[in-house]
Write a protein that binds this ligand. Structure first.
Ligand SMILES: [Zn+2]
Length: 157
């Protein structure tokens, strides 16, 4: 077996991560990469730096939507917390009239407003929506994952 990094013949190859790529290297080259402890199996999510980046990317592209009964939730939970509309408004930096409109469902809160209210009242107002076709993300356009590359390699004769 040959070390993929220095090309030397070696008996013991160690899988390491070198700049986002998995490589089988000899003992002398292990220090150049990060040792991957778990053996990589087919279709197993690989915990690597590029993968983490991808997940973050997906997360940022996810849309949020208000829960159906958001107005009710705001009102009920504000009252449960014993807060007046003035107090809630002050807490999230909005005027009392805005809170009234929100609770009547006349005004839709911005994402920012909704998040502040969520924190203030310990409730959920925004739900994450995963866009359709998101699961095919790794195959179209951008780079393939290391898992894809490995699968490809192992499928070859
Ligand atoms: Zn080597």
């Amino acid at each position: 077996m040959l070390c993929e990094l220095c090309g030397r013949e070696t008996k013991n190859l160690t899988k390491v991560l070198v700049e986002g790529t998995t490589m089988d290297v000899c003992e002398g080259c292990v220090a150049y990469g990060k040792i991957i402890t778990e053996p990589i199996k087919k279709n197993t999510p690989v915990k690597t730096a590029p993968r983490r980046y991808k997940e973050k990317d997906i997360f940022e592209r996810m849309d949020t939507a208000l829960v159906p009964n958001w107005a009710e939730r705001i009102k009920n939970n504000r009252e449960k917390k014993g807060l007046t509309r003035e107090q809630l408004g002050a807490a999230i930096g909005q005027r009392t009239i805005i809170i009234s409109h929100l609770e009547n469902g006349e005004l839709h809160p911005t994402d920012e407003m909704a998040r502040k209210i969520e924190q203030e009242l310990d409730i959920i107002l925004l739900e994450k929506i995963i866009p359709a076709g998101q699961t095919t993300n790794t195959t179209k356009g951008g780079k393939r994952t290391i898992g894809d590359l490995l699968n490809h390699e192992t499928n070859q004769p």
